[in-house]
Design a protein around this ligand. Sequence first.
Ligand SMILES: Nc1ncnc2c1ncn2[C@@H]1O[C@H](COP(=O)(O)OP(=O)(O)O)[C@@H](O)[C@H]1O
Ligand SMILES: [Mg+2]
Length: 437
Amino acid sequence: MADTGAKSRMQVLVVGSGGREHAITLKLVQSPKVDAVWCYPGNAGMAQAARIPKLDSSDANTLAEFAEGQGIDLTIVGPEGYLAEGIVDVFRSRGLCIVGPSQSAARIESSKVFAKGLMEKYGIPTAAYRVFSEYQEAKGYIEEMGAPIVIKADGLAAGKGVVVAEDVETALEAVRVTLSGQRVGEAGRRIVVEEFMEGQEVSILALYDGKTCVPLVPSQDHKAVGDGDQGPNTGGMGAYSPVPVVDEALQREICQSILLPTLEALHKEGVTYTGVLYAGLMLTKAGPKVVEFNCRFGDPETQALMPRLRTDLAEVLLAVGEGRLASLPPLEWDPRACVSVIAASQGYPGPHDTGFPIVGLDAVEKMDDVFVYHGATALRGDEIVTAGGRVLSISALGDDIQGARDRAYEAIAKLDFENMYYRKDIAWRALDQGKVD
Ligand SMILES: Nc1ncnc2c1ncn2[C@@H]1O[C@H](COP(=O)(O)OP(=O)(O)O)[C@@H](O)[C@H]1O
Ligand SMILES: [Mg+2]
């Protein structure tokens, strides 16, 4: 085939099983370039929208074998675990096209020590920090720095590796349980102790094909489980886009002072990054600073971005995989706002019951400009039931953030399952600007 543009009869594989992957899947299904979307492991929503192959295991080799046998043209990986374990290397060694960083490049997320070292060496703005593996040494540093202070496990910890300590005692306890392996196992044998940064957080995701960096529109997550950002951190309870505080000038600054220097720094270290680079930023008084990098799409940010994306996602991601981003026109976005609210199981991020039937999905799916993305759902017979903490993402478009939020809450009110819980204040920072800054 003369390969000057996107293939016309593509088969795509989406790896993962959350709201993020369902949002990506629904976008791909709409693409005229796409013949079939396959998802693995998938969820009840992805099973309705796409095809779930029967595989013996979900390891990278099994997935690559499937992709080869099925003639998959493009694979998109949601969860960081697969990337940190080297799924991209496995696929590429077989000549398969996949969007994501190599195992070595994924260290930008899978090792906070690596990421901090890179930022320090190349002058990328981030919190001051030190690395420790001995309690006594960390203790000396924390006592010298004082609180608030932040303790982070080096490795992947599914959102459980960071403690923002309000006082020195809490910080020392976090150091003790993290280094001992009690908190997050081996991921915590080394820790980063870093300066507390004050400000609003924002997520800037960018596509990178090894040469060209294309930032997506800004979005903002809500990590805490409770209204007013109270309670423990979760995988994210809702998101919205755009983020009014991140105007075009600030987006340019973030690109120039953070995204591009980071990609170049990796390059200088002999690592070519490709895929999605997600910069978690703190907008401090001294300018944007990096909280952390992720090496993949964000969840729930993706659920607030996909409804706004007008460009064909399949075409764009194939261009990332094939190193042709420069040849594409700029991404087109719906100027309307999107708010996405997570319907979770009460108790999450702690223990919670599952297996409850979800009612009202049909009514919500009929609403215009409303998108239901499944996260932890499963099929029981022909019933859709809850299967984990973050069950559904309800995204809505509106003329402005208030309109989108009203619509999202109107939709979620039509849904029910036994222990359904959701935050009532998603996008509060955007709607409450005056009082926050
Ligand atoms: N230096 C910091 N100052 C203030 N808050 C922080 C800092 N580092 C992390 N946090 C808070 O902790 C959350 C989790 O930290 P992060 O580095 O993103 O780790 P992970 O997402 O791997 O759990 C951040 O989203 C932010 O709310
Ligand atoms: Mg984070």
